[in-house]
Write a protein that binds this ligand. Structure first.
Ligand code: SAH
Length: 229
């Protein structure tokens, strides 16, 4: 299976803090409204069937469900999925969670989803191209896909590892491995190999002084890609 168990263990160990906005997951809470808005600038989520791959504790999946989509989140961390389910119960969000890989679900439910999202997950798997391929298979023809990850650039080494893990301590040391970061050209190549057409790219930046995240043209660190099948 295309999974690194040490990555799953890392996220499982932190899972109980997933919804604490001041925890290790603070950056995901901070970027969530921005990435949700970006998704909505391409598709009206209301009434759509959406799959969130590598959903973790459900920060993005839940917000997609609350936008009116029939949503399913998948992950391989049982602990994160439990936390996601509990949180959805607490806030009355209506969505389902499953412990299954994207590749296995693609065999079960090909071309079932209007929208497939896969955010901040590709840099944690051994074979990201295979996940992109599975996401493409899960998506209906004409459907839209969104991927986000960390670029492999000197700036991302400085910001995402040295800055976030060692200086600001936003993330635990060892959260990210530089060698697994993915250049936009590589991610676009994965989407092209999966017969997807790239329809948008956006950078996400963090200003450590103002502590504000924003979307823009700078894709040196964190970035998202939108693609159409
Ligand atoms: N997408 C969520 C969570 C990102 S954290 C968000 O952006 O808010 C990365 C998640 O990927 C973790 O929950 C981890 O368990 C999951 N993950 C890592 N490898 C995976 C794999 N091979 N299959 C499914 N999920 C995986």
């Amino acid at each position: 299976m295309n999974v690194d168990q040490s990555e799953i263990a890392k996220f499982s160990a932190l899972a109980h803090r997933w919804w604490d906005p001041n925890s290790e997951f603070k950056p995901l809470h901070a970027i969530n409204p921005l990435r949700l808005d970006w998704i909505k600038s391409f598709v009206d989520l209301n009434g759509k069937k959406v799959l969130d791959v590598g959903c973790g504790g459900g920060i993005l999946a839940e917000s997609i469900a609350q936008s009116g989509a029939d949503t399913c989140g998948i992950d391989l961390s049982e602990k994160a999925l439990k936390v996601a389910e509990l949180h959805a119960l607490e806030v009355g969000a209506n969505l389902t969670y499953r412990s299954i890989s994207a590749e296995a679900l693609a065999e079960e439910e090909p071309e079932q989803y209007d929208v497939v999202t896969c955010m901040e997950m590709l840099e944690h798997v051994p074979n990201p191209a295979s996940v992109v391929q599975a996401c493409a298979k899960l998506c209906k023809p004409g459907g839209t896909l969104f991927f986000s990850t960390l670029n492999r650039s000197p700036k991302s080494y400085l910001f995402a590892i040295i800055g976030a893990e060692y200086i600001l301590r936003l993330l635990p040391k060892g959260t990210h491995e530089y060698a697994k970061f993915i250049k936009p050209s590589e991610l676009v190549a994965f989407t092209r190999q999966a017969d997807l057409e790239m329809i948008g790219i956006k950078g996400m930046s963090y200003n450590p002084l103002s502590q504000v995240y924003s979307l823009g043209d700078d894709v040196d660190v964190n970035y998202m890609i939108a693609a159409r099948k």
